[in-house]
Write a protein that binds this ligand. Structure first.
Ligand SMILES: Nc1ncnc2c1ncn2[C@@H]1O[C@H](COP(=O)(O)OP(=O)(O)O)[C@@H](O)[C@H]1O
Ligand SMILES: [Mg+2]
Length: 444
């Protein structure tokens, strides 16, 4: 009766362990559960778990049909009821000469009654380094392969020194210590084979779970980045529309009002019979129409500068020439690389940046010289614009950012657009020291 009661208890314990293993997501805790359960179920004094890892990546791996090329065994956890062990992480070559090596290569469990009396009919031997260093005495051993669903071997559980009671320690300094050690029996082997199978699957699941969590995290980050990008693109479009509205309002819309005034004047001259005056006012009128048409053309051109079709370098070059001629500021332009692979949106962004930076120099810097360097490689585009003007306190941009109502693109606009294409902007300036703008845009 007593025996059956024990067996019953053990079944329950075993069932509970299975449940607890399959629900544990934390890998380290899982190792602890596996080793503790193994010791409890077999009354072993000590135990160690190794898992198979890939030599190159260090990732968890497995052994199929005894093929150990590119694989190592990695020690993951050890428990010893009678002695404090504090083993450092290590990995070991897999060889048939060690007991755990033989276990994972053959896929068979190994049962040894006395580690120091292993027969010559097998290759493996007990590694007695630990015993020699600590005074421990390894006697009975049960070494069990961990197999996953596909029967691939993912690791090994090694149990040492079966005791009469699982919760007692052995005093190895006493003479009769080894007398208390029993051989592992067939039931131990049966139970452990089953437990090792469950453990392998639970470990695989915990890895899957970890991978899945990693994937989810990456997915969330990407999603957040996309949201951030789309918000900023919408904002950029909105600002662009505002800028165009302002330009039409201040330019052609204003001019059209002027035209209607001029037309009123013409009507008055006509009704007064002042033909001479009428004639000269009509000349004015036609000039004003021309300049209004020009204003509209400029806005249209600015919306999609045709020079951008010729590529980044030539577009920048063209703008520089016009700017230099109209402002009288000397520009030294150097460039390197080939712009044939630079996409339109990139060309247009960089062109706008050059435009804004130069217009800032004209508006604020009182500079005589500007140096512009444009470098295009397969990997990135860098743009440097430096002037020898009066400079400014860069920190003040932060406060200006919010009260800037007019002015269009602006330095913050440059920064936002550069960030949209995953680039970076730095600006260096100080009163009396000129201003240097650096833009770096990755192309891959
Ligand atoms: N090249 C420069 N030299 C001197 N000051 C500059 C230069 N570029 C920008 N700044 C300063 O930074 C401020 C912010 O520039 P920006 O964002 O383009 O706005 P805005 O040109 O509309 O004033 C300018 O008002 C000016 O004080
Ligand atoms: Mg500006």
């Amino acid at each position: 009766m007593h025996r059956w009661f024990m067996f019953d208890e053990m079944l329950k314990e075993f069932y509970d362990i299975g449940k607890s293993l399959s629900s544990e997501k934390d890998t380290v805790k899982l190792f602890e559960k596996i080793i503790n359960s193994s010791l409890k179920l077999t009354s072993a004094d000590a135990g160690t778990i190794y898992i198979v890892v890939d030599k190159k990546t260090g990732e968890w791996s497995n052994i199929q049909n005894g093929s150990i090329r590119g694989k190592l065994l990695k020690f993951v956890i050890a428990r010893n009821t009678s002695m404090n062990v504090n083993l450092q992480d290590f990995t070991a070559q897999i060889s048939k000469k060690s007991i755990f090596g033989f276990t994972v290569i053959s896929g068979k469990s190994v049962k040894i009654n006395d580690a120091y009396k292993i027969g010559n009919d097998v290759d493996y031997r007990h590694d007695n380094t630990f015993d020699n260093n600590t005074g421990y005495r390894t006697k009975s051993i049960l070494s069990i392969p961990m197999k996953n669903h596909d029967n691939d071997i993912t690791g090994v559980i090694q149990l040492i020194n079966k005791k009469r009671r699982w919760d007692t320690a052995i005093s190895y300094d006493k003479d009769n210590a080894t007398g208390e050690i029993l051989p592992f029996n067939d039931t131990d082997e049966l139970i452990m084979n089953s437990l090792a199978g469950q453990a392998a699957v639970a470990l695989e699941n915990s890895q899957l779970y970890r991978d899945l969590k990693g994937l989810l995290k990456v997915y969330r980050q990407q999603n957040n980045h996309l949201l951030y990008l789309s918000k900023n693109i919408m904002k950029a479009h909105e600002e662009e529309r505002k800028r165009i509205a302002r330009e039409i309002h201040d330019g052609p819309a204003q001019s059209a009002v002027n035209l209607s005034f001029k037309l009123e004047i013409c009507k008055r001259y006509l009704s007064d019979g002042k033909i001479e005056d009428l004639y000269s006012e009509m000349n004015n009128f036609s000039d004003a129409i021309h300049s209004t048409v020009n204003e509209i053309r400029t806005i249209i051109y600015d919306l999609k500068p045709s020079c951008l079709e010729d590529g980044l370098i030539s577009a920048v070059q063209r703008h520089i020439e016009t700017f230099s001629a109209s402002s009288g500021i000397n520009i030294d332009f150097t460039f390197s690389g080939n712009d044939s692979a630079v996409e339109y949106y990139m060309t247009s962004t960089i062109y706008r940046i050059v435009q804004e930076a130069l217009s800032n120099v004209k508006k604020h810097a009182e500079a005589e010289n500007i140096g512009i360097e444009l470098a295009i490689t397969n990997a990135r585009i860098t743009l440097d614009i430096a002037d020898d003007g009066k400079g400014f306190v860069v920190e003040e941009l932060q406060t200006r950012k919010f009260d800037r109502l007019k002015g269009g693109f602006g330095i913050e606009g440059i920064r936002e657009r550069v960030e949209l294409i995953r680039g970076g902007m730095t600006i260096q300036s100080a009163p009396g020291q000129g201003t240097a703008l650096h833009i770096d845009i990755p192309l891959t």
